[in-house]
Design a protein around this ligand. Structure first.
Ligand SMILES: NC(=O)c1ccc[n+]([C@@H]2O[C@H](COP(=O)([O-])OP(=O)(O)OC[C@H]3O[C@@H](n4cnc5c(N)ncnc54)[C@H](OP(=O)(O)O)[C@@H]3O)[C@@H](O)[C@H]2O)c1
Length: 403
């Protein structure tokens, strides 16, 4: 019997519980033992739960789980940043393996928690922290045996992608966000998703693994979906393209660039047909070439599935190919990020138009909104210009053309 301490009994925690129940026999056959959730940690003991669980296994006291010597694996699915970190590090120090879905904690404490697990000779696995149900982390670790990863590119946030799909169907941004919230994709406070912070955390995790270098959140240039409007969707559609929020890391001889930003993808891009809450990640290896991983980036069962795949690896003692982090020094060359940009400014004037015309490769629209495709330009230069023009963040939208 393998006993688990499950921290969190929300979307993911309940999914873990239900899959474990429904696949009990299969798991016993493959693992050679029962996997049982012995204790569940929640924040509010009085909360009504959508499924019935024996009240004696639910607690709001983490120490009960930590001190239980029968519990050998902790699944952390709380979403709490500070407490989540404390739970994970205490569990590892107490000799328990840890599986987490908490990308905020992994991103913030990646090197430290990896080292701690290493020192304690324990598993610290986090497949569900990137791409929900997509098995990206384990595959990436395996690819690294024979490949240098030279590019990562992905739709890493299901909420943003869902909003973009709904806008393509004719809704405005607020309507799309409201439906995303009703469906449970977007949080009540959607900032982390729509501003790109969540995608950046995931890119930080993938990038640190793939490049074997310390790529922190601050090293990733960030521009979210703020400012986007139906007019942008309409014009990009006329260009036979679609807007996607994409996280991208590229390695060259001089260093690496890392950015999360809206990108205009063309119809033949693998990202064009990624709709709703789906995620897709492209990994480019120097030996294997391009590999594309596609699937549900969030949701109860896909995410719980990823968590349990990690648990199965632990129970079966699978030698996961662990990667030492931060063993390479790479220079960040984000200042070299450049391309042709779609730029829309609302509340414009003739003076602004004259300035924009000078950087335009093509003027797409010139009325209250000015829309241009820029010449090939450094992103920094465009942003500097926008600052000089004193345009408020909500009054412009900027997206790089993929290419
Ligand atoms: N939902 C997804 O599709 C998805 C996908 C990928 C990754 N993730 C990650 O998975 C984690 C869990 O997400 P979720 O959607 O399942 O969250 P959720 O539905 O909000 O559930 C969180 C659970 O954790 C408990 N909790 C919160 N803070 C706690 C604390 N400080 N101490 C003890 N328990 C605490 C809550 O207790 P109460 O029930 O008593 O409030 C609740 O049961 C997050 O890190 C999230 O980023 C989620």
């Amino acid at each position: 019997m393998v006993n688990i301490g499950l921290l969190g009994f929300g979307t993911v925690g309940i999914g873990v519980f239900q899959i474990l129940e429904s696949r009990e026999e299969e798991l016993k056959n493959i693992c050679g033992c029962h996997i049982k959730i012995k204790k569940i940690l929640v924040k509010d003991l009085n909360k009504n739960r959508p499924i019935k669980v024996d009240a004696s296994i639910i607690t709001d006291n983490f120490d009960e789980i930590l001190e239980d010597e029968d519990i050998s694996i902790i699944i952390e699915a709380t979403g709490a940043l500070e407490e989540g970190y404390t739970y994970i590090s205490k569990a590892l120090k107490a000799g328990k393996h840890v599986v987490t879905a908490n990308k905020a904690v992994v991103s913030k404490h990646f090197e430290e928690l990896t080292e701690l697990a290493d020192k304690m000779d324990l598993y610290f696995l986090y497949e569900a922290s990137v791409g929900g149900g997509i098995p990206i982390i384990k595959n990436l670790k395996e690819l690294l045996v024979l490949n240098e990863i030279v590019e990562i590119k992905g739709i890493l946030n299901g909420t943003c992608n869902y909003i973009l799909t709904k806008m393509e169907e004719g809704l405005n941004y607020s309507e799309a966000l409201k439906i995303a919230q009703e469906k449970g994709f977007a949080e009540l406070d959607p900032t982390d998703d729509v501003e790109g912070l969540d995608a950046r955390r995931k890119l930080r995790i993938l990038g640190s693994l793939a490049l074997k270098a310390k790529i922190l959140e601050k090293d990733i240039f960030l521009r979210g979906l703020r400012g986007i409007g139906p007019i942008d969707i309409e014009y990009v559609d006329k260009m036979d393209g679609a807007i996607r929020l994409i996280g991208e890391i590229k390695v060259s001889q001089n260093g690496y660039t890392a950015i999360v930003e809206p990108i205009i993808v063309s119809k033949n891009s693998p990202f064009y047909n990624v709709h709703n809450e789906k995620n897709a990640v492209l990994l480019r290896g120097d030996q294997v070439g391009d590999l594309i991983f596609y699937g549900s980036g969030a949701g109860r069962f896909p995410t719980a599935h990823a968590v349990l795949c990690d648990v199965i690896d632990i129970v079966r003692g699978v030698e996961t190919i662990e990667r030492s982090l931060a063993i390479r020094e790479l220079e960040n060359i984000n200042k070299t990020i450049k391309g042709r940009y779609y730029l829309r400014l609302s509340k414009s004037s003739q003076d602004i138009y004259t300035i924009l015309e000078s950087i335009a490769w093509e003027v797409l629209h010139k009325e209250e909104n000015i829309i241009i495709m820029t010449k090939d330009m450094f992103l920094n230069d465009i942003l500097k210009l926008i600052k000089v023009l004193e345009v408020k963040e909500e009054d412009y939208f900027l997206a790089r053309k993929e290419g």
